[in-house]
Ligand binder design. Structure first.
Ligand SMILES: NC(=O)c1ccc[n+]([C@@H]2O[C@H](COP(=O)([O-])OP(=O)(O)OC[C@H]3O[C@@H](n4cnc5c(N)ncnc54)[C@H](O)[C@@H]3O)[C@@H](O)[C@H]2O)c1
Length: 394
C-alpha cells in the first residue's frame, strides 16, 4: 500500500476501549504520519465521542465510532486493532481481530488468565503474516536499553541477582473509578498484575528465563477490592540468578519504581525510568565505585523522551512517550514483515510469572513458571492474603 507520493499509506487503526490508555493510543496515532485512527470502539458512546473530538481538534479526520469490535471489523478498512480494554478482555478481543485479518497491538498485561493468552499465541503462530505486539513501553526507555545493551555485551559479568521494587500509591478513589479495577475477573490481580508487570517485564528482559517463584500477597491498605495491594516474591532464573520482587499500591507516600541489576562485573539501577547508577568493570578508571550512568546514556535524558503535545493537555505527561516508540516498532514490523520487538511469547512469560506469584501465595508452595504456561494450573482460582488460602479445586 502506498500513496501517490510514494510514501507508504498510513496504517488504519481501530482503538478498542476509549478510557485512559485508549486515549493515549489515539494521541500517539494522531501525531504519527504512519498511523491514522479510523475507528473508535467503546460501549460508552460519550467516551468514543470525547476521543473523536480530541482527534478532530488536533487536525485529524473524525473516526467512525462503534459500540463493539465486531461492528467495526464488519465495516472493514482496518489494518491494526489496538486493544485498550480492561485486562480480562484482552486476549479474546485480540483473537477476534486476528481472525478478521488485522494486525494487533494489545495493552499490558496480555490477559489475566493463561488459557486465552495461550490460545491467542497459538492462533498468531498459525498466521505469521500478521503482527501481534504486546505493549511494554518501558523496554523502549533509554535507561532500559542501556542496561540491556550492557547485559548482552556481558559487561555486567555473570548476572547474580536483581531487586525490583514497585513502591506506588493508589488511592481508594482510583480503585473505585472503574468497576473492573481490583477484580480478579477483569483486573486479574492488583499491584503486581496491573502496576508491577512493567517492572517485572524489564526484570525478565534483563535476567532471562524465570524458573520458579515463591510469594506472598496481601490486601492491607484498600477496601472493596478482591486483589492484593502488596505482593512480595522471590524469583529464581534459569541462569541461577535470584531476584526479589516487591509490588505495592499502598506505599505512602508514593516512592516510585526502582530496579537494581547486579552482576560479578557491574551493577545498574533504574529509578523512575532514569538510569541513576551504572558501573561496569570494563570502564573503571582507577575509581571502582564511580557512577558511569551519564556516560552510558550519552549524558542526555535517560527516561522516556517527552512528546510534542502540551504535557498539561495530554497523557504524555503521565506515561512519557515510549508508547510512540513501541508503535513505531509495530509500524516497522508490519511494513518489513518481521516480528515486533515485544512478542506474544514475551507477554505470556510476564503474565505466567505474575500468575505464578498469585498461585504460590494462594497454595503456599513454590510454583514453576513453565507449569503455569503449560496449563498445569489452568482453572485454579487465586486468592489474596495468607488467611484466605484455598485448595487447587477449579
Ligand atoms: N501501558 C501502560 O502504561 C498502561 C497504563 C494504563 C492502563 N494500561 C492498561 O490498559 C487497559 C485499560 O486501562 P484503562 O486505565 O484505560 O481503563 P479504563 O477503564 O479507563 O478504560 C477501559 C475502556 O474500555 C472500555 N471497554 C470495556 N469493554 C470493552 C469492549 N468489549 N469493547 C470496547 N471497549 C470496551 C470501557 O468502557 C472503558 O472505556 C488495562 O489493561 C490496563 O492494564 C496500560
Amino acid at each position: 500500500m502506498s500513496t501517490t507520493t510514494g510514501a507508504p499509506a498510513p496504517l488504519r487503526v481501530a482503538v478498542v476501549g476509549c478510557g485512559v490508555i485508549g486515549r493515549l493510543h489515539a494521541e500517539v496515532a494522531a501525531r504519527s504520519a504512519d498511523l491514522d485512527v479510523v475507528a473508535l470502539v467503546d460501549p460508552h458512546d460519550e467516551r468514543t465521542a470525547a476521543v473523536s473530538d480530541e482527534l478532530v481538534a488536533a487536525g485529524s479526520r473524525a473516526p467512525r465510532r462503534f459500540a463493539a469490535l465486531a461492528d467495526a471489523l464488519a465495516a472493514g478498512g482496518i489494518d491494526v486493532v489496538s486493544v485498550c480494554t480492561p485486562s480480562g478482555e484482552h486476549a479474546a478481543l485480540a483473537l477476534e481481530a486476528l481472525e478478521a485479518g488485522a494486525h494487533v497491538v494489545v495493552e499490558k498485561p496480555l490477559d489475566v488468565a493463561i488459557e486465552p493468552a495461550r490460545r491467542l499465541r497459538d492462533a498468531a503462530a498459525a498466521r505469521p503474516g500478521q503482527v501481534v505486539a504486546v505493549i511494554s513501553q518501558h523496554r523502549h526507555d533509554e535507561s532500559a536499553l542501556a542496561v540491556r545493551r550492557a547485559v548482552d555485551a556481558g559487561r555486567l559479568g555473570r548476572l547474580t541477582s536483581a531487586v525490583a521494587n514497585v513502591d506506588w500509591y493508589r488511592t481508594q478513589e482510583y480503585y473505585d473509578s472503574g468497576e473492573w479495577r481490583g477484580t480478579w475477573a477483569l483486573d486479574g490481580g492488583g499491584a503486581l498484575m496491573n502496576q508491577g508487570v512493567h517492572t517485572l517485564d524489564l526484570l525478565l528482559w534483563f535476567l532471562g528465563e524465570p524458573v520458579e517463584v515463591v510469594a506472598y500477597t496481601a490486601r492491607l491498605g484498600h477496601e472493596r477490592i478482591e486483589v492484593e495491594d502488596v505482593a512480595v516474591a522471590i524469583v529464581r532464573f534459569a541462569s541461577g540468578a535470584l531476584a526479589t520482587l516487591h509490588a505495592s499500591t499502598t506505599v505512602y507516600p508514593d516512592l516510585g519504581v526502582r530496579l537494581q541489576v547486579h552482576g560479578t562485573d557491574g551493577s545498574a539501577v533504574i529509578e523512575a525510568d532514569e538510569l541513576t547508577f551504572f558501573h561496569a568493570r570494563d570502564a573503571e578508571d582507577g575509581d571502582w565505585k564511580a557512577n558511569q550512568a551519564a556516560e552510558e546514556v550519552g549524558g542526555g535524558a535517560t527516561g522516556s523522551v517527552r512528546g510534542a503535545l502540551d504535557p498539561q493537555e495530554s497523557h504524555v505527561a503521565q506515561y512519557g512517550s515510549s508508547h510512540d516508540a513501541q508503535w513505531a516498532d509495530v509500524v516497522g514490523a508490519v511494513r518489513e514483515g518481521r516480528a515486533p520487538w515485544v512478542t506474544l511469547d514475551d507477554g505470556l512469560r510476564a503474565l505466567a510469572t505474575v500468575r505464578a506469584v498469585y498461585l504460590s501465595a494462594t497454595l503456599g508452595e513454590p510454583v514453576r513458571v513453565a507449569d503455569v504456561v503449560d496449563g498445569r494450573y489452568d482453572g485454579v482460582a487465586t486468592r489474596t492474603g495468607a488467611s484466605e488460602r484455598v485448595g487447587t479445586s477449579a
